[in-house]
Ligand binder design. Structure first.
Ligand code: KIV
Ligand code: ZN
Length: 523
C-alpha cells in the first residue's frame, strides 16, 4: 500500500459513492457526460476515493467508470463488483488505467440475506468472499471488501469473515449499515468489536457505509470514527438507495467543526462543498430541502429578530461555521445589463467555470437576455445559466427546444404551440390543447418526439428571491418499463422552463433507456 492510502490516526478517508450508491436513488440516472462533470467536481472537492460506478452493471456504467479512471488524477478510482469472477474482472477492465485503481467487492453476510437473497450457507459465503478478494488481488493491490447488511450479521461470524478477507489481501474492510437499522451506540460498539476481535485488523483500514433509513446515517458514521474507523463512505446531499447514505458534507463538517471532540478530520477542500452540492442537485434533479444542514438555502439564514440582533453584534452567537468555509456565496448581486464579455468570463471563472472563446460567444447573448429581464444577476443566476448551457450543449442529447407560445387562463382552453429541433436537423412546430398550459406544452412535444412516456412529477423552484427570479422546473417521466428519468429546465418564464425540462427528460430517456439492467446475485 502507498503511504497515502493508509489511514492515520487523525485523518479520515472520504469515500464518495455519489456516482454509484447515489445513482441507485430511485428516479436518478446520469448520462456519461454528467458523471464526468461530477467526477471533476469531486476531484476539486478533494475526496480521497471516487466510487465511479458498478462496471458490470451495464455497458454505459462500464464506459463511464473507464472514462473517469482514465481522466481523473489524484483520488483513488473504485468500481463496485459483486463477489463473482465476472464482476471482478469487469471492474478491473474498467479501472485498470486509473492512476490509483481500487476494486470494491461485496457479499451479503446477515442470516436474513444469506437465507433469502443468496440462498447459501455461511461456509459457502465465506468461500465466495475469500475467492473474490483473492481474484481481485490478482489484478490490483488496493481491494476493499464489504459484508453487506453487516449490522444485522452475527458479530462473531462477522469477525471471522473480516479476518479471512484480510488474510486474503483486503486492504480496506467496510462495515455497511445497509438498511439503516443501527444507532450510534450500537454501531460504535460494533466497530470497537471489530478492532477488539479481529486479530489482523491492523493490516486494513476500517471503513463504514451507513444508510439513512432512520435518519441516523451521519451520526452512526461519526460514532464509528469515535471508535477507530478511518474511512467514511457517503454521498453528496445524502443521496443513495431509499432514504440515502450519510451526507458527506455533514460528516466532513462535523469532523471539522468538532475536531476538539473527534480528534480526526478529512483533507477536504470544504469551500468546494457548496458548488459540489449544487451541481449534484442539478444533475440528479433532486432539489435540496431549504433546512438541509450545511447546504440548504436556509442553513446560514437567521429568521428571528432576537437571533439577527445577536448575530449582528457577534457572528458566533448563532453561527458555528463560517458560511464561506463551505462555499456559501449568498445572493450577492455581481453583474448587471452593462457588464461585458470580460466581466462575465471573470465572474464565471470565480465560480469555477472556465469558458473557451466559442463557449463565451454562445453564452453571452443568453446572458444579455437574462440581464435585460432581471436587471440584477446573482451568482445563483449565473449557475442556473451555466446548467442550462450544459443541458443543451450535451452532444449525446437529441431534441432541442426552439420556442413556445401559450394561451392560458380560466376563460380559454389552454393551448400551446411548441417548436422543437429534431435529431435529423429539422425544425417542427405543433399546436396542442391541454388541461393547463404545461399539459398543452407536453402534449405538443409528445407529437413531435418519437417517444412515449408519462409525466410523474412536476416541480418549480426559484433560483433567487424576487418576482423576476429564474424558475427551475424539474420533471420526471416514466417509460413503458417503469423506469424514471429526470429533466430540468430554467428560465424566467416557467412555461419556457417547463418545455425545456420536458425535452431534457425525453432526451435523457433516449440516452439512458437502452442501458437499464436489473442485476441480482442469483445470476
Ligand atoms: O449499502 C450497502 O451495503 C452497499 C454495499 C455495496 C457497500 O452499498
Ligand atoms: Zn449502500
Amino acid at each position: 500500500m502507498a503511504e497515502s492510502d493508509v489511514a492515520t490516526n487523525d485523518k479520515v478517508i472520504i469515500f464518495d459513492t455519489t456516482l454509484r450508491d447515489g445513482e441507485q436513488s430511485a428516479g436518478a440516472g446520469l448520462t456519461p457526460d454528467e458523471k464526468m462533470r461530477i467526477a471533476r467536481q469531486l476531484q476539486k472537492l478533494g475526496v480521497d476515493v471516487i466510487e465511479a460506478g458498478f462496471a458490470a452493471s451495464s455497458p454505459g456504467d462500464f464506459e463511464a467508470v473507464q472514462a473517469i479512471a482514465r481522466e481523473i488524477k489524484g483520488p483513488i478510482i473504485a468500481s463496485l463488483a459483486r463477489a463473482v469472477p465476472g464482476d471482478i474482472d469487469a471492474a478491473w477492465e474498467a479501472i485498470k488505467d486509473a492512476e490509483r485503481p481500487r476494486i470494491h467487492t461485496f457479499l451479503s453476510t446477515s442470516e436474513i440475506h444469506m437465507a433469502h437473497q443468496m440462498r447459501k450457507g455461511a461456509e459457502d459465503i465465506l468461500g465466495m468472499a475469500v475467492d473474490a478478494v483473492t481474484r481481485a488481488k490478482t489484478h490490483c493491490d488496493d481491494v476493499e471488501f464489504s459484508p453487506m447488511d453487516a449490522t444485522r450479521t452475527d458479530p462473531e461470524w462477522l469477525y471471522k469473515l473480516v479476518e479471512a478477507v484480510i488474510d486474503a489481501g483486503a486492504t480496506t474492510v467496510n462495515i455497511p449499515d445497509t438498511v439503516g437499522y443501527s444507532n450510534p451506540e450500537e454501531f460504535g460498539a460494533l466497530i470497537k468489536g471489530v478492532f477488539d476481535n479481529v486479530p489482523n485488523i491492523d493490516k486494513a483500514t476500517v471503513s463504514v457505509h451507513c444508510h439513512n433509513d432512520l435518519g441516523l446515517a451521519a451520526a452512526n458514521s461519526l460514532a464509528a470514527v469515535e471508535n477507530g474507523a478511518r474511512q467514511v463512505e457517503g454521498c453528496i446531499n445524502g443521496l443513495g438507495e431509499r432514504a440515502g447514505n450519510a451526507s458527506l458534507e455533514e460528516v466532513i463538517m462535523a469532523l471539522e467543526t468538532r475536531n476538539d471532540h473527534y480528534g480526526a478530520k478529512s483533507d477536504i477542500n470544504t469551500e468546494e462543498i457548496g458548488p459540489s452540492s449544487r451541481l449534484v442537485a442539478d444533475l440528479f434533479g433532486f432539489a435540496i430541502q431549504p433546512n438541509k444542514a450545511i447546504v440548504g438555502q436556509n442553513a446560514f439564514r437567521h429568521g428571528s429578530g432576537i437571533h439577527q440582533d445577536a448575530y449582528i453584534k457577534e457572528r458566533t452567537t448563532f453561527e458555528i461555521m463560517e458560511p464561506e468555509s463551505v462555499g456559501w456565496r449568498g445572493e450577492a448581486i455581481v453583474m448587471g445589463k452593462l457588464s461585458g464579455r470580460a466581466g462575465l468570463r471573470s465572474r464565471l471563472g470565480d465560480l469555477g467555470y472556465e469558458l473557451s472563446d466559442e463557449e463565451l460567444t454562445d453564452l453571452f447573448p443568453k446572458y444579455k437576455i437574462l440581464a435585460d429581464q432581471k436587471r440584477e444577476v446573482t451568482d445563483f443566476d449565473l449557475q442556473a445559466l451555466m446548467s442550462e448551457q450544459h443541458r443543451f450543449s450535451d452532444t449525446d442529447l437529441q431534441y432541442r427546444f426552439e420556442g413556445v407560445k401559450v394561451e392560458a387562463g380560466d376563460m380559454v382552453t389552454p393551448t400551446a404551440t411548441v417548436t422543437v429541433g429534431t435529431p435529423e436537423g429539422e425544425s417542427k412546430t405543433v399546436t396542442s390543447k391541454g388541461t393547463g398550459p404545461v399539459d398543452a406544452v407536453c402534449k405538443a412535444i409528445d407529437q413531435i418526439v418519437d417517444q412515449s412516456c408519462n409525466l410523474t412529477e412536476f416541480a418549480v423552484a426559484s433560483v433567487t428571491d424576487g418576482i423576476d427570479a429564474i424558475g427551475e422546473v424539474t420533471i420526471r417521466v416514466e417509460d413503458s418499463n417503469g423506469h424514471i428519468y429526470a429533466g430540468r429546465g430554467g428560465d424566467t418564464d416557467i412555461i419556457v422552463a417547463s418545455a425545456k425540462a420536458y425535452i431534457n427528460a425525453i432526451n435523457r430517456m433516449s440516452v439512458l433507456g437502452p442501458d437499464q439492467t436489473e442485476l441480482t446475485f442469483s445470476e
